[in-house]
Write a protein that binds this ligand. Structure first.
Ligand code: NAD
Length: 357
C-alpha cells in the first residue's frame, strides 16, 4: 500500500474540466489497488492572477513542494494572448514553477492507440505500433544563455551553453527509462557543427559504458526530424537538448493525431508535474466537450514515474484503450464513421474510463 499526497492544480479554461476527470481516475486507482491518496488543490495562471495578482502564488508553490506529485491542467487566457505587453502573465507561473521545482527533464510519451490510427496524417502501416518516449532537457541551451544585439542592433546573438552535469543528469534519466522499455536509446545532437552538441555526445558516450544493456544510437537532429515521419517505429527512448526537443516533440505529437490524447511529465529531483500537452482551449471552455484523456494519461504517468506504480499506470492506459476499442470518442477524435451515440462529452468520457477500470 502506498500513502501519497497529490496536489491538483487545474489552472485555466478546460484545465478545470479535464483535471477533474484525471483526479477521479487517481481516486479509483487508490480504491482498486488499496492505496491511500490524499489531495489538495491550488491556484495557478489567470485564475491565480485574478485572486491574488500573482500567476504562481507562494501558497501554491509551497503546496507543490510539499506534495508527492502535481496533477496540472493548463494556464492561459485570451486576455493575455491578445495583449503581448501585459506585465503579469499566466505563463510566468509555468516558468517560475519549472525553476523553483528544478524540473530539468520534460518527458513526452508518444503512444498511438490502434483505434486512432486514422486520426494521424501519417499512413497507418508506417505508424502502427509506434511507441516513443522523449526526454527534452528543460533548463539549459540557447534559451537561457547570454543574448543581445551589437553593431547598432543590426546583429543579434544567443549563446547556447551546457555543462557536463546538466547533460549527465538527463542522460541518466533517459538510460534508466530505456532499461524499463525496449532498451534502445537515441541521443539527438548536431555534433558535426555545434560545440555544445559535441559535449552532449561525449557525456552520453561515457554514460553508455554504465548501461551496457542499452543499445545507444547517436543521431543528427536533421536526420531525426526526417526519420520520425519516415519510420517512427525505429525509436524507443529519445534524449535531446532543449531547442531540438522543443521542435521534435511538437513534430512527434502530430504522429499521434490529436492534442487531446497526449500527456507529459516534467521531472527533476523533487516533486514531478504531470500535465496534458494541450493548453486551456478557451474556444471550447465551459461546453463540456474537452477530451479528458490527456489528463487521464497524465495521471497514468504520475503513477508510474513519481510513485513507481507501474501496474496501476498500465491499468489506466489499458482502460483508455478499452474505451476507444468500445468505440467511444470525444468530438476531437471522432470522425464521419463515429455513431452519434458514441460521441461523448468530458464527464461521460471520464465515466467510461472509470467503468473500464
Ligand atoms: P490549445 O491547446 O489550448 O488549443 C488548440 C486547439 O486544440 C483548440 O482548437 C482547442 O479547442 C483544441 N484542443 C486542445 N485541447 C483539447 C482537448 N483536450 N479536447 C478537445 N480539443 C482540444 O492551444 P492554443 O489555442 O494555442 O492556446 C490556448 C491557451 O492555452 C493560450 O492562452 C496559451 O497560452 C495556453 N497554453 C497553455 C499551455 C500550458 O499550460 N502548458 C500549453 C499551450 C497553450
Amino acid at each position: 500500500m502506498s500513502k501519497k499526497h497529490i496536489l491538483i492544480v487545474p489552472g485555466d479554461g478546460i484545465g478545470q474540466e479535464v483535471t477533474a476527470v484525471g483526479k477521479k481516475v487517481l481516486d479509483r486507482i487508490a480504491e482498486k489497488f488499496q492505496h491511500e491518496f490524499t489531495y489538495d488543490e491550488a491556484l495557478m495562471g489567470h485564475v491565480a492572477i485574478e485572486a491574488t495578482g500573482n500567476p504562481l502564488p507562494d501558497e501554491t508553490l509551497a503546496k507543490m513542494k510539499s506534495s508527492d506529485a502535481v496533477l496540472f491542467g493548463a494556464v492561459g487566457h485570451p486576455k493575455y494572448d491578445n495583449d503581448p505587453s501585459a506585465k503579469v502573465r499566466p505563463e510566468q507561473g509555468l516558468l517560475k514553477m519549472r525553476k523553483e521545482l528544478g524540473l530539468y527533464a520534460n518527458l513526452r510519451p508518444i503512444k498511438l492507440f490502434d483505434e486512432l490510427l486514422a486520426a494521424s496524417s501519417i499512413k497507418p502501416e508506417v505508424l502502427k505500433g509506434a511507441d516513443i518516449l522523449f526526454f527534452r532537457e528543460l533548463t539549459g541551451d540557447i534559451y537561457f544563455g547570454e543574448k543581445g544585439r551589437k553593431n547598432d542592433g543590426d546583429t543579434a546573438y544567443d549563446i547556447a551553453e551546457y555543462s557536463r552535469f546538466e547533460v549527465e543528469r538527463i542522460g541518466r534519466k533517459a538510460f534508466e527509462a530505456a532499461r524499463t522499455r525496449r532498451k534502445k536509446l537515441c541521443s539527438v545532437d548536431k555534433a558535426n557543427v555545434i560545440e555544445t552538441s559535441r559535449l552532449w555526445r561525449e557525456v552520453i558516450q561515457k554514460l553508455a559504458k554504465e548501461y551496457p544493456d542499452v543499445e545507444v544510437e547517436h543521431q543528427f537532429v536533421d536526420a531525426t526530424a526526417m526519420l520520425l515521419i519516415k519510420d517512427p517505429r525505429r525509436f524507443d527512448v529519445v534524449v535531446t537538448a532543449n531547442l531540438f526537443g522543443d521542435i521534435l516533440t511538437d513534430e512527434a505529437s502530430q504522429i499521434a493525431g490529436s492534442m487531446g490524447m497526449l500527456a507529459s511529465a516534467s521531472i527533476g529531483d523533487g516533486t514531478g508535474v504531470y500535465e496534458p500537452i494541450h493548453g486551456s482551449a478557451h474556444d471550447i471552455t465551459g461546453k463540456g466537450v474537452a477530451n479528458p484523456l490527456a489528463s487521464v494519461l497524465s495521471a497514468a504517468l504520475l503513477l508510474d514515474i513519481s510513485f513507481g506504480l507501474k501496474e496501476e499506470s498500465d491499468a489506466v492506459i489499458n482502460a483508455v484503450d478499452q474505451v476507444l476499442k468500445a468505440g467511444f470518442r470525444t468530438g476531437d477524435i471522432a470522425d464521419s464513421t463515429t455513431p452519434a451515440d458514441k460521441i461523448l462529452g468530458t464527464e461521460a468520457m471520464g465515466e467510461q474510463v472509470l467503468k473500464f477500470l
